[in-house]
Write a protein that binds this ligand. Structure first.
Ligand code: FES
Length: 102
């Protein structure tokens, strides 16, 4: 059963910033977009490359390696060369804790 796991502090991720956390064998990246936190698995669905290196454009993220774009709100792939979504994680804020459901 999925549980919420704390990945970092909201106060340490101002708008436009990101944090990376390892949960078991999974790397998660959380982005602050205008005060809302979105979390994805930290790996592009095109090749093994960390999405935490990517470029934010509103609620879209562009992979730094080949430029595929993803919707941060869903993980949906928006442009080639990515052909499948990336794993999206539900986020909740508890006090100053950023928690993802994993
Ligand atoms: S590794 Fe991300 S677009 Fe190719």
């Amino acid at each position: 059963m999925a549980d919420f796991v704390t990945v970092g502090k909201l106060s340490e991720v101002p708008p436009g910033e990101r944090l990376v956390a390892q949960i078991g064998r999974t790397w998660v990246v959380a982005f602050n977009v205008g005060g809302t936190i979105y979390a994805l698995e930290d790996q592009c669905s095109h090749e093994e490359y960390p999405l935490s290196d990517g470029f934010l454009d509103g609620t879209e993220l562009e992979c730094a390696k080949h430029g595929a774009r993803f919707d941060l709100r869903t993980g949906k792939n928006l442009t080639p060369p990515a052909l499948v979504p990336v794993q999206y994680y539900e986020v909740r804020i508890e006090g100053d804790d950023i928690q993802v459901k994993i």
